[in-house]
Write a protein that binds this ligand. Structure first.
Ligand code: G16
Length: 519
C-alpha cells in the first residue's frame, strides 16, 4: 500500500462498530437500505469507503446521504454520490458490499487488500460532505459514519464544492447560496408572465419541509407555497399517509389534503428525502388526477424541444428522454412519436448515465425521480442558460424539479388540467408481493422480462395477452424485501385484475406465506 495505513486506529474504531454476525448486506437500487437498528457497522465502513473513494479521485469531494427515503421510519440507509453529483460508480458498489460484509476479525485485512488492489494512494487528501434525513436513527448512524472518516483522518463536512473555481461552478457553495441561485433563475424565467397562483406542497413530514420553508422566503410572492405535512418531530409521521410514494402507489391524495385542495389547484408531494416529486389536482368533476414522473418528463422535454427549435439548434442538439419499464405505456407512445426514448433498469443511477448519451437528456422515473441533464454547449442561449441555473443536474432534488415544472407551466400558460391532457394514462396498478427469497427473481431487457424462475415469464405473457392493451412485468425491489408487480390495461378494472393475477402467479411460484397472498 502506498502511503500510511493506520491499522491500529482503524481496528480500535472498528471494535466500536462491530458487524452483526448473521446479517448479509447488499448494495441495492439506492445503496444500503434496511432496518436502521442493524446499520451501525455499515455506516462506519461506508465512512471509510467514502474517504477512500475521495483519495482515489485525487481528493475530490464525495457525497454521502443517510436516508431510507420513502421507506418506513424505522428503516434507514446510505447512498454514496460521486464528485459531479452522479451515483457511485457501479464497480465500487461491489467494493462497498465486500467491505460491509467482511467479518469483524477480518475487516482490517480485507480493507488493506482492497486498498492495495485498487491502488489507492493513502497520502492523498480525502474530503466527504454528508447529510441525513429526519429519521430518529439518523443521529447515531451519523456518529458511526464520522468514526469511519476519523479512523482515516478524512475531512468531513456536514453540509457543492467540486466545481468551485471552474466554469461549471454552481453559485455560492452554501445552502443560502443555493436557494439564492435557484430563486434568481426562477424569477428571470417567469418574469413578464402572469402571477402564479399558490402551490400546495405535501412535505411528507420529512426534510423537504425545512428546505421548502427556506425556499419560500427567497421566492416570496413569485411563487407562493402552501406547505402541509411539515412535522418532522412527531415520531411515526414520516411518509405516513403522505408523500410522493403514498400518492403514486395508492393513486389518491394524502388524506390531510382532502378538503384543502380546491378544484384545479396544483399540488405536489415530496418524499422523505425530497428527491421525488408527484404533482396532482382535483378536476371539475371532483376526480383526482395524478401528474407523475412521466407527465413531468413529457412537459419538460416538450419545453426543451421548443427552446432548441426556437434557437435554431434542432440539427445540432439531440434531445432525448429516458424512462423505465414503469413508464405508463401511453407516455412512452406519446414521447416516442416525437423524440428518441430509451428504457433502462430502475434506479436513477441507470437513467442518469443513459441521459448523458443525448445532448440534452430528460430522465424521470414514473415515481417522480429525475431531472434534465443539459450540457454546457447550450448555455449560449438565454433561456437554456437560465434553465441550467435552475435545474439541479446532480441527482435528487425535488424542489428544483418543482420550480422547473412551474416555469414550463408559466411559459406554456398551462393549467394542471391542460398539462394533464397531453395524453391519457392507461389505468395501472403496482402490487408488492412478499416472498421468501426475492433474489430468485432475475430479469432482462431493462427489467421488462423475467429470466428466472424458469417458465414464469411465459405464464405472465399468457395472462397479459388476454387483456386489451395489457402489459405487466415483475422485478425484485432493490430497496425493500419484496417483489414488485406492475400491470396496465385499457380499463381500470382490468389493470387491477391483471396486477393481482400476476401477483398471485408470482406468489405461488415463490411459495410465500399464504396469509400474505396478494388479494
Ligand atoms: C430509490 C431509487 C429509485 C427507485 C426506487 C425504488 O428511490 O433512487 O431510482 O425507483 O428506489 O426502487 P426499487 O423498486 O428497486 O425498490 P428512493 O426514493 O427510495 O430513494
Amino acid at each position: 500500500v502506498r502511503g500510511p495505513f493506520p491499522s491500529e486506529e482503524i481496528q480500535a474504531y472498528s471494535d466500536l462498530h462491530p458487524k452483526p454476525r448473521n446479517v448479509v448486506y447488499s448494495y441495492g437500487t439506492a445503496g444500503f437500505r434496511t432496518l436502521g437498528s442493524v446499520l451501525d457497522s455499515v455506516l462506519f465502513r461506508v465512512g471509510i469507503l467514502a474517504a477512500l473513494r475521495s483519495k482515489k479521485l485525487d481528493g475530490k469531494t464525495i457525497g454521502v446521504m443517510i436516508t431510507a427515503s420513502h421507506n418506513p421510519e424505522e428503516d434507514n440507509g446510505v447512498k454514496l454520490v460521486d464528485p459531479r453529483g452522479e451515483m457511485l460508480e457501479a464497480a465500487w458498489e461491489h467494493h462497498a458490499t465486500l467491505l460491509a460484509n467482511s467479518p469483524n476479525e477480518e475487516f482490517v485485512s480485507t480493507l488493506y487488500d482492497f486498498i492495495r488492489d485498487t491502488r489507492i494512494d493513502m497520502s492523498k487528501p480525502s474530503r466527504v460532505v454528508y447529510a441525513r434525513d429526519t429519521r430518529p436513527s439518523g443521529e447515531s448512524l451519523v456518529k458511526a459514519f464520522e468514526d469511519g472518516l476519523k479512523s482515516l483522518g478524512a475531512e468531513g463536512r456536514d453540509a457543492a464544492i467540486n466545481t468551485k473555481g471552474t466554469k461549471e461552478e454552481y453559485g455560492e457553495d452554501s445552502e443560502d447560496g443555493y436557494y439564492q441561485k435557484m430563486s434568481e433563475a426562477f424569477r428571470k424565467l417567469v418574469s413578464g408572465r402572469p402571477r402564479i397562483p399558490p402551490l400546495v406542497i405535501d412535505c411528507a413530514n420529512g426534510v423537504g419541509a425545512h428546505a421548502a420553508q427556506k425556499l419560500a422566503q427567497y421566492l416570496g410572492e413569485t411563487l407562493p407555497f402552501v406547505l402541509h405535512n411539515t412535522d418532522t418531530v412527531t415520531p411515526g409521521g414520516l411518509n405516513h399517509e403522505c408523500g410522493a410514494d403514498y400518492v403514486k402507489t395508492s393513486q389518491r391524495p394524502p388524506p390531510s389534503l382532502i378538503g384543502v385542495l380546491q378544484k384545479g389547484q396544483r399540488a405536489c408531494s415530496l418524499d422523505g428525502d425530497a428527491d421525488r416529486l408527484m404533482y396532482y389536482f382535483i378536476d371539475e368533476r371532483n376526480y383526482f388526477l395524478m401528474l407523475d414522473g412521466d407527465k413531468i418528463a413529457t412537459l419538460v422535454a416538450s419545453f426543451i424541444v421548443d427552446l432548441v427549435r426556437l434557437a435554431g439548434l434542432s440539427d445540432s442538439v439531440r434531445v432525448g428522454v429516458v424512462q423505465t419499464a414503469y413508464a405508463n405505456g401511453a407516455s412512452t407512445k406519446y414521447l416516442s412519436d416525437r423524440l428518441p426514448v430509451k428504457c433502462t433498469p430502475t434506479g436513477v443511477k441507470h437513467l442518469h448515465h443513459a441521459a448523458e448519451q443525448f445532448n440534452i437528456g430528460v430522465y424521470f422515473e414514473a415515481n417522480g425521480h429525475g431531472t434534465p441533464s443539459t450540457p454546457a454547449q447550450s448555455t449560449a442561449l438565454k433561456h437554456l442558460r437560465n434553465l441550467t441555473e435552475l435545474v439541479n443536474q446532480t441527482v435528487g432534488d425535488a424542489l428544483s424539479d418543482m420550480l422547473l415544472v412551474e416555469v414550463v407551466l408559466a411559459h406554456k400558460a398551462y393549467s394542471a388540467a391542460e398539462w394533464n391532457s397531453l395524453y391519457t394514462d392507461l389505468p395501472n396498478r403496482l402490487v408488492k408481493v412478499h416472498v421468501p427469497n426475492r433474489h430468485a427473481f432475475k430479469t432482462e431487457d431493462a427489467e421488462r422480462r423475467l429470466v428466472t424462475p424458469q417458465g414464469l415469464q411465459a405464464k405472465i405473457e399468457e395472462l397479459v395477452n388476454r387483456y386489451e392493451s395489457g402489459r405487466s412485468f415483475v422485478r425484485p425491489s432493490g430497496t425493500e424485501d419484496v417483489v414488485r408487480v406492475y400491470a396496465e390495461a385499457g380499463l381500470r378494472s382490468q389493470a387491477d385484475e391483471l396486477a393481482y393475477r400476476v401477483g398471485g402467479l408470482v406468489f405461488d411460484e415463490a411459495g410465500g406465506d399464504p396469509s400474505r397472498r396478494p388479494k
